[in-house]
Design a binder for this molecule. Structure first.
Ligand code: F6P
Length: 542
């Protein structure tokens, strides 16, 4: 097959070029930054600090052609049922398309319903923000608690924090974990009379969310009476019948569709808490940013297409260089939850071991995704990134401008640190340089010999940097959509379905089977001795 040949060429090319350090690539080509960066307006992707050369890029682009990335992309945008195991279309892109677009699913244009829901969401959000939609005593809500987990939590949490400078609505809180500590600690700070709950669950069956929602309902009923419950709850789901059974009035229920995956749902009604926080206008700017990235992904030539390039770099690092992980390192405190968000987006999408046709994936698929904002990470785990025995490709993100002009000095320090890290990773420090440094400090020859090896940085550690003018709603939308499509490109090359998540099923089934054991209603002996032993220990009275 053509693609096997290209994979082989890539491996050969890697073999032939891996001894050439990144330092040398920069020394040889003074225009390397220009040659190996791409832009969408102010959004810049610099991939010059990877080992990708013109030949690497050409081979990777050939791979994208041979695996039909563009065709698969077009099938997604056209509403084909590309989520094959669930026989569903994948149309989170339609959620951020303008009203004038036509997107057909089974011959039906989905755009009118999307915009009708958006308008209803906007009216509800404005109502809560302005006090027209009020608590049972008629006074405005001061606090909104979103109850959801996974895609019904991580997106809104991440975006609410990222858009803090635009937050002028009620305070937002998020409860996800079934651990009672989460809801208890949240409710302890709140006044039931001033609190609105949004129960967010695509399926409205997720145990964690249902348990937290029931606890919240009891809390409101106990404090304000059963009659107050209706005023203090709203819901977001695709399962409207189940929401009705929970007792939430239809005018407070916002639907979405089975062609929106949980981890791709922040653009749908799942974004309601964000809309309440920042207002419908900013939320629409967030959607517009994502749409701009969709259009770029759909139309830009592959060689200049940001999601395609980012995906190909991912493939190069994972499959050709065999790096097991990627670190997400935003130099942007408000992107604190972006690594966690991208963990679900990437690992739930591409953590797969079989292809769409059920055959095994022949190469390593999705990497381990992790990270923390800089500069905090620098004082925690960067030691391993610089001097550990594994190479971890890093993805830096940084804004040219902060939101605090009065603290411009902080921003300059942030920028200097971000650039210093990618430079240090790329350049490293040789033994000779380490020795020179120590000699300058006046150390003895014996001390230099003892200390120098510890001061060596191998360098040659790849990173990409995403730079943008300012983290506003439009840019955040572009950034998230960029990562969504990057995950898509990688999945398309591996031939896997990025839109199902069967891997979370088994744990759920076993938890259901174990609950009677924990409740003392069933014996533990059907389980292995470790599970039974632990259950015995954890349920024994002290
Ligand atoms: O963890 C599995 C999963 O199905 C995720 O894909 C999803 O985002 C999450 O659970 C929550 O599901 P729901 O929105 O249906 O409650």
């Amino acid at each position: 097959m053509v693609q096997d040949l290209i994979w082989a060429k890539l491996a050969e090319h890697h073999q032939a070029t891996q001894a050439r350090p990144l330092r040398a690539l920069f020394a040889e080509d003074s225009a390397r930054f220009t040659d190996f960066s791409a832009r969408l307006d102010d959004l810049l992707l610099d991939y010059s600090k990877t080992a990708v050369t013109a030949q690497t890029r050409a081979l990777l682009l050939e791979l994208a052609e041979a695996t039909g990335v563009a065709g698969q992309r077009d099938a997604m945008f056209a509403g084909e049922a590309i989520n094959t195991t669930e026989k569903r279309a994948v149309l989170h892109t339609a959620l951020r398309a303008p009203k004038s677009h036509r997107v057909l699913v089974d011959g039906q244009d989905v755009m009118p319903a999307i915009h009708e829901t958006l308008d209803r969401l906007g009216a509800f959000a404005d109502g809560v923000r302005g006090g027209r939609i009020a608590a049972s005593d008629g006074a405005p809500f001061t606090d909104v608690v979103n109850i959801g987990i996974g895609g019904s939590d991580l997106g809104p949490v991440m975006v609410t924090l990222a858009l803090a400078p635009y937050h002028d609505g009620p305070r937002l809180h998020y409860v996800s974990n079934v651990d009672g500590a989460h809801i208890a600690d949240t409710l302890a700070r709140l006044d039931p009379a001033r609190t609105l709950f949004i129960v967010a669950s695509k399926t409205f069956t997720t145990v964690e969310t249902m348990a937290n929602a029931a606890t919240a309902r009891r809390w409101i009923a106990a404090a304000l009476g059963e009659a107050a419950v209706g005023a203090h709850f709203a819901a977001v789901s695709t399962a409207l019948d189940k929401v009705a059974a929970f007792g939430i009035a239809p005018d407070r229920v916002f639907g979405f569709w089975d062609w929106v995956g949980g981890r791709y749902s922040v653009w749908s009604a799942i974004g309601l808490p964000v809309m309440i926080a920042v207002g419908p206008t900013h939320f629409r700017a967030f959607l517009a940013g994502a749409h701009a990235m969709d259009e770029h992904f759909r139309t830009a030539p592959l060689a200049h297409n940001l999601p395609v390039l980012l995906g190909l770099i991912g493939i190069w690092h994972r499959d050709i260089c065999n790096y097991p992980a990627r670190a997400i390192l935003p130099y942007d405190q408000r992107l604190l939850r972006l690594p966690a968000y991208l963990q679900q987006l990437d690992m739930e999408s591409n953590g797969k071991r079989v292809r769409k046709d059920g055959s095994p994936v022949e190469r390593p698929s999705g990497p381990l995704v992790w990270g923390e904002p800089g500069t905090n990470g620098q004082h925690a785990f960067y030691q391993l990134i610089h001097q550990g025995t594994d190479t971890i490709p890093c993805e830096f993100m940084v804004a040219a401008e902060g939101h605090e002009p009065e603290l411009a000095h902080h921003h300059r320090l942030l920028l200097a640190n971000c650039l210093a890290q990618s430079e240090a990773l790329m350049k490293g420090r040789t033994l000779e340089e380490a020795r020179e440094l120590l000699a300058k400090q006046g150390l003895s020859e014996a001390d230099i010999a003892a200390l120098a090896p510890h001061k060596v940085f191998p360098g040659n550690r790849p990173s990409v940097t995403l730079a943008y003018r300012k983290l506003d709603p439009f840019t955040l939308g572009r950034l998230i959509a960029l990562y969504e499509h990057r995950v898509f490109v990688e999945a398309a090359i591996w031939g896997i379905n990025a839109f199902d998540q069967w891997g979370v099923e088994l744990g759920k089934e076993l938890a259901t089977a174990l609950l009677p054991v924990i409740e003392g209603k069933a014996p533990a002996d059907a389980h292995d001795s470790s599970t039974a032993g632990l259950a015995g220990y954890l349920t024994a009275s002290s």
